[in-house]
Ligand binder design. Sequence first.
Ligand SMILES: Cc1cc2nc3c(=O)[nH]c(=O)nc-3n(C[C@H](O)[C@H](O)[C@H](O)COP(=O)(O)OP(=O)(O)OC[C@H]3O[C@@H](n4cnc5c(N)ncnc54)[C@H](O)[C@@H]3O)c2cc1C
Length: 362
Amino acid sequence: MSGASRTGARVVVVGAGILGASIGYHLAQAAARVTIVDGHDAVGGATAASFAWINASHGNPQPYFGFRLQAMAEWRMLNEALGRKLPLRWGGSIEWWDEPEELRRAVAEQTAWGYPIRLIGRDEIAALEPAIATPPAEAAFAALEGVVAPVAATEILLEAAQALGASLRRGVPLEMTTDGGRVGLRLGGTRLEAERIVLAAGADCGPLLAGLGVDLPMANAPGLLVHTKPAPSLIQHLVLSPGAHVKQDVDGRLVVGETFGGGPVPDDHAAEAEKLLQRVRACLQGAEALEVERVTVGVRPIPRDGLPIIGAVAGLEGLFLAVMHSGITLAPLVGRLTAVEVLGGGPVEILAPYRLARFAAG
Ligand SMILES: Cc1cc2nc3c(=O)[nH]c(=O)nc-3n(C[C@H](O)[C@H](O)[C@H](O)COP(=O)(O)OP(=O)(O)OC[C@H]3O[C@@H](n4cnc5c(N)ncnc54)[C@H](O)[C@@H]3O)c2cc1C
């Protein structure tokens, strides 16, 4: 069906990162008349600066853990729907901490929740990932986890949305105004008509909503990653050591980060990159020749309590919001469920813990 012959709701999605792309794709699949807009010409924002680990295992409370686990399965389903084109790499993660007791406790808890995670010893670590130079005595192996190349995946979703009739308008930021509870949109000086609007603008959701009189409680934090030039196959799993986490994407590039929470980023990016690469060289055999291709610094969009904010914005007719950290892990699930709610099929029960109203309720 072409965009012109569609008769569904007219929806504007603000932001063409991984979340806007997934929401736009799922809306287009449901026959909505979709326009996705982005202020930049190419995939940027948090998505382009993301480590893009797809996981449920990282210190999450049980209901949110379950939500993430469902999202992991949705990546696999989405990949099937898209003809297995997504640049996913499964195989699991191998993770060890400075505090083995805490790791054991986390593994026991997640095992009790039914997660396929287990402690493995030195021999098994070496067998699974021979590149690890000095395997620790013990690590957690989470078999279902994986990674995606975030920019390529976003482009594939945007193309799939367009093939279903969505239009993509990049390079001009959207302006939003409000008049008596209705949101008005302007793109490049021209009015843009929409019955529904989905705000998926990452770290820019806060300022955009502030302009509409809505307070979005965010605690955004920067994050730096080192991307190497493509290298021969070195690791088959995510390797998450105390000093550095490393993945190798399907294109051969390794991506290295230091922390998952975000925090101050040093001014000297080159020195920071060299420091992280030294840690990788110490951790992995065969990493000596790795060369830095680029360093990215992105802003993690983090709601104040760490959980996603998804759903209709009270008091602003037709406006929906999807902002979260772990947007890579969650994009397929959040995209599908947001499309259901935007098109009037909601409220979706499993989104109930993630409403903006929870902050007003204290
Ligand atoms: C260093 C780092 C590591 C991370 N690691 C992981 C990880 O391992 N696993 C994981 O799941 N998540 C991870 N994340 C978080 C994840 O990347 C984000 O949650 C996700 O990318 C957010 O996607 P998004 O589409 O909401 O936002 P973005 O990718 O930021 O996209 C928002 C888009 O909105 C556009 N926009 C903003 N304002 C306007 C406007 N007025 N008009 C038009 N367009 C506008 C921007 O140009 C941008 O393209 C990480 C993030 C960082 C920075």
